[in-house]
Design a protein around this ligand. Structure first.
Ligand SMILES: Nc1ncnc2c1ncn2[C@@H]1O[C@H](COP(=O)(O)OP(=O)(O)OP(=O)(O)O)[C@@H](O)[C@H]1O
Ligand SMILES: [Mg+2]
Length: 220
């Protein structure tokens, strides 16, 4: 893949916790919780990261894993259709850690997809997984208040993510413009940030589309 084609949301994915903007509370809650796990005494076996799209939920799991040298075992919405897939993950999650293997964090991304799939089996399989796991489980959701997700909420440390402000979004867009050596006008940055309504993924995608549309010789 040429670097031009590499999506900027991937290229500029936060590498460390410090790269994640405006989510200090979530970072603190998540770090303390993982440290409890590492110390062997977690109050909650699972955490539910929730909040608007593009606010840093998946990024925080990735940054934490990198900083603590944990491997991520990931499932997402389409896998929840089959309880057998969850059980497969569960076996790995429940297994003893090998002498030379890395610690793991289990990521169940976008669990609010479960209720739409109307799969009771999947929900039960996840609850079993939470019971038996020897590794921390992070679930993510945009809307965790769906009544169907109540059993998961009761078992989880709830970690709220804020909607990013326009200022946060502009700050990240400017950083990317500088890294790409693009001269980006304040108007263009403001326009993209306004339109994104706090969703940094969509803002970064828009910035890339504009920049590539004009080409590097005619920056946005
Ligand atoms: N708080 C943040 N700080 C820095 N970059 C961020 C932040 N939130 C999102 N991003 C950027 O937006 C992209 C998407 O973020 P991420 O996947 O973490 O969002 P999410 O909250 O998991 O969204 P969704 O609910 O849609 O899954 C990341 O690759 C990153 O570049
Ligand atoms: Mg996500």
């Amino acid at each position: 893949m040429s670097s031009k084609r590499l999506p900027w949301v991937i290229k500029y994915r936060p590498k460390r916790l410090a790269d994640i903007v405006n989510q200090d509370k979530a970072k603190k809650l998540a770090t303390e919780w993982i440290e409890e796990w590492i110390a062997g005494k977690p109050k909650f076996k699972a955490a539910l990261f929730y909040g608007p799209p593009g606010s840093g939920k998946t990024s925080l799991v990735e940054a934490l894993a990198r900083e603590l040298n944990l491997e991520i075992l990931e499932m997402n919405a389409s896998d929840y259709r089959r309880a057998s897939d969850i059980e497969r993950i569960a076996r790995t999650a429940a297994g003893q850690r090998g002498l030379f293997s890395k610690g793991k964090v289990i990521l169940l991304d976008e669990v609010d997809g479960i209720s739409r799939v109307a799969d009771k089996g999947a929900l039960e399989a996840i609850l079993d997984l939470i019971e038996m796991t020897r590794n921390p489980i992070v679930m993510t959701a945009n809307d965790p208040w769906n009544p169907g997700l109540r059993p998961l909420r009761e078992k989880s440390l709830m970690v709220p993510f804020r909607r990013l402000t326009k200022t946060n979004v502009k700050q990240v867009l400017r950083r990317i413009c500088a890294a790409e050596r693009l001269v980006c006008s304040d108007d263009a940055i403001s326009y993209i940030a306004e339109k994104a309504e706090g969703d940094l993924r969509s803002a970064i995608n828009d910035l890339q589309a504009v920049a590539e549309g004009y080409g590097k010789l005619r920056p946005c």
